[in-house]
Design a protein around this ligand. Structure first.
Ligand code: ATP
Ligand code: MG
Length: 363
């Protein structure tokens, strides 16, 4: 059988720098663990625009559809701000998400003990935190019709429509329950069923999928506003949170900051299973292209490396190897190795992007 395939799209800004460390780690897994991937690389975002005049070439799109997993660095940068909306670097990423139909966006908020002091919250609130937010990514109010700015009774009105079909809720609910089974077996679903019909349907469908297919998973429902409060008050009460596109956008950013730096946060976007049973999948750090530090070897590669760990776990059934990688990161942080973004006011000497990658490989 052929090796599993990975398409690497480093993108712009710090994307190529942090992805460079992931490439070293992929080689390490091949050399030391006999885990070999067929890796290919292509352009996305501004880097693709510079060569092809579009932020994602059709040929690259086809490679992404065929790959077992896509790893993306970051897209965008000030150089491209002047471009027409239709060819902006971000459109490349949106095209990938849309055409691969990646409806389930997984954003873990995991706090490494060594960084617990770094959160804006009290240490006991965040130390040991390990929760997962599952955000519906392809529907809801960001896509619903009608939408637009219209003229009505002599004034303008801005309209967006929150819209969910049963099947859209079912598939994202299933992905949350499946995840929970591999974790602490708990799902909390968040909506506003008290004031929104789409929320009533959401709650009904999640409950039905639970009762029919996942009765052994512990399920609770929470209004999203209360959820936001609970997330900050005592986040460890949660395991998996499943929610819609809009609430998920806000709640996952909120959860992210429980853990400290943007340089630490991975994500996965999953679609329907392919013929080989693996889900279509795109893995990327939460952070952007960070033009302010690009090209200086200062970027923290951990978010991108943790995204690869998610690929090991969710695309390649290598949960133990993913844990091994996460433990190496934990150890390096416990040893006090820090990139500049992880330095507190007391200062110290930061390591470079490659210094961090090398330390993780050594660990
Ligand atoms: P985007 O619009 O692409 O999401 P953004 O402006 O929201 O971009 P980032 O590009 O992620 O945000 O950068 C926000 C800030 O965080 C910047 O100051 C950047 O230097 C810092 N930052 C982001 N990622 C990292 C990283 N991996 N290591 C260190 N600092 C980072
Ligand atoms: Mg941003």
């Amino acid at each position: 059988m052929s090796n599993p395939s990975i398409l690497i799209l480093p993108g712009d800004g710090i994307g190529p720098e942090v992805m460079g460390e992931v490439k070293k780690i992929i080689s390490w897994f091949g050399d030391k663990r006999g885990l070999t991937f067929d890796v290919s690389e292509d352009l996305v975002g501004g880097a693709a625009y510079d060569v092809h005049g579009v932020p994602l070439a059709d040929e690259t799109m086809a490679k992404a559809q065929a790959a077992d997993a896509v790893l993306l660095g970051a897209v965008g940068g000030p150089k491209y701000d002047v471009l027409d909306f239709s060819v902006k670097p971000e459109r490349g990423l949106l095209r990938l998400r849309k055409e691969m139909d990646l409806f389930s966006n997984l954003r873990p908020a995991q706090c490494f003990d060594a960084l617990a002091d770094f959160s804006s919250l009290k240490k006991d609130v965040v130390a040991g935190l390990d929760i997962m937010i599952v955000r519906e990514l392809t529907s809801g109010v960001y896509f619903g019709e009608p939408r637009g700015i219209f003229e009505e009774n002599g004034e303008r009105v801005g309209i967006n429509t929150q819209r969910y079909t049963e099947s859209e809720v079912e598939r994202v609910a299933r992905s949350a329950f499946e995840l929970a089974k591999r974790r602490r077996n708990k799902v909390c679903s968040m909506e506003k069923a008290n004031v929104m019909e789409s929320g009533i349907l959401w709650r009904e469908v999640v409950q039905r999928v639970h009762d029919e297919e996942y009765p052994d998973v512990e399920l609770s429902h929470m209004y999203a506003d209360n959820g936001a409060m609970q997330l900050v008050r005592w986040p460890k009460q949660f395991d998996v949170i499943v929610t819609d596109n809009l609430f998920g956008d806000i709640l996952s950013d909120c959860a992210a900051m429980l853990t400290g730096s943007l340089g630490m946060l991975p994500s996965a976007s999953l679609g329907a299973p392919m013929e080989n049973g693996r889900p279509k999948a795109l893995y990327e750090p939460v952070h952007g292209s960070a033009p302010d530090i690009a090209g200086q070897g200062k970027a923290n590669p951990i978010a991108c490396i943790l995204s690869f760990a998610m690929a090991l776990r969710y695309s390649f059934d290598q949960g133990d190897e993913a844990t091994r990688l996460e433990q190496a990161i934990e150890k390096v942080l416990a040893d006090g190795v820090r990139t500049a973004d992880l330095m507190g006011p007391e200062g110290g000497t930061p390591v470079s992007t490659s210094g961090m990658g090398d330390a993780i490989i050594a660990a």
